[in-house]
Design a protein around this ligand. Structure first.
Ligand SMILES: NC(=O)c1ccc[n+]([C@@H]2O[C@H](COP(=O)([O-])OP(=O)(O)OC[C@H]3O[C@@H](n4cnc5c(N)ncnc54)[C@H](O)[C@@H]3O)[C@@H](O)[C@H]2O)c1
Length: 256
């Protein structure tokens, strides 16, 4: 698919990679609906795109809410005059070990709460499920013959200490990328996933420099990725009509 023909929904489009993907796509003439729970952030994305050749509009939506996702797809389809790309990018993390043992008392306690588990699974796995189900229903119903779903996973999909919830969600998303490719190919819908390592987004801004330095030390390329480097993967998945059902790791050679 040509980028200029793209009519996309990008979830989590108010910040970080979602905003970067929207601006890169709009630079290529694409039409994009950015969706987020953060209304003000969405407005900033729309303003940042004002001089670009493509169109960027904002739709407030919560990817964990079935009715909100239904409304998102309907509204995006109307505002963009159709839909052919979904980028499941909205994501959160709530890290914690599974259990903790107190060094002095040796008391064992549960560490990651059920709430932490559910919050991350809801946004990072249920969200893409709801959005993909609604988006593909709309594409098939509307007779769209060429559509793409891009899922933003993470290097944590391989399993990362302190991230039982996040790793499970991001691995599940890659599994769904494969099975959705199989289920949806007959309708002309392709899928692809990207598993980034550390990327320069607001998530990293709040980190202490020594923590960031320790993180980067395990990356063979010795730096974090820029959002535009991850966008190259998104662009490839959209443009290559023979690509489906696979995950591209863009992680500087990192192994968690
Ligand atoms: N930054 C990294 O180092 C990194 C690495 C690997 C994977 N990722 C993944 O990339 C994606 C984007 O990350 P980022 O760094 O740009 O994050 P970010 O925090 O800058 O942006 C995420 C956006 O998602 C939105 N969001 C959260 N919950 C939502 C919900 N229920 N409904 C709709 N929107 C919601 C937030 O408001 C925010 O604007 C995430 O899925 C993240 O897990 C990030």
């Amino acid at each position: 698919m040509k980028l200029s023909a793209v009519r996309a929904i990008i979830t989590g489009g108010g910040s970080g990679m979602g905003r970067a993907f929207a601006l890169h796509l709009a630079s290529e003439g694409a039409s994009v609906a950015v969706a987020d729970i953060a209304e003000e952030a969405l407005a900033d994305t729309v303003n940042a795109a004002s001089d670009l050749p493509g169109k960027v509009c904002a739709i407030t939506a919560d990817v964990t809410d079935e009715a909100s996702v239904h409304n998102l797809v309907q509204e995006a389809r109307e505002q963009l005059g159709g839909l052919n790309v979904l980028i499941n990018n909205a994501g959160i993390f709530r890290d914690g070990l599974l259990v903790k043992v107190d060094r002095e008392t040796k008391k064992v306690s549960r560490a990651m709460s059920l709430e932490q588990w559910n919050q991350v699974l809801n946004v990072d796995l249920t969200g893409p499920f709801l959005c993909t189900r609604e988006f593909t229903t709309s594409c098939i119903d509307g007779g769209v013959s060429d559509a793409v779903v891009v899922n933003i996973s993470s290097v944590a999909r391989h399993g990362n200490t302190g991230q039982s919830n996040y790793s499970a969600a991001k691995a599940g998303l890659v599994a769904d990328t494969k099975l959705w490719a199989q289920e949806l190919a007959r309708y002309g819908i392709r899928t692809g996933a990207i598993a980034p390592g550390f990327v320069q987004t607001p998530i990293l801004d709040g980190m202490r420099p020594e923590v960031l330095e320790r993180m980067v030390s395990v990356v063979p390329l010795k730096r974090v990725a820029l959002p535009e480097e991850v966008f190259l993967g998104v662009k490839f998945i959209i443009e290559c009509d023979y690509f489906t059902g696979r995950c591209i790791d863009i992680d500087g050679g990192m192994v968690v």
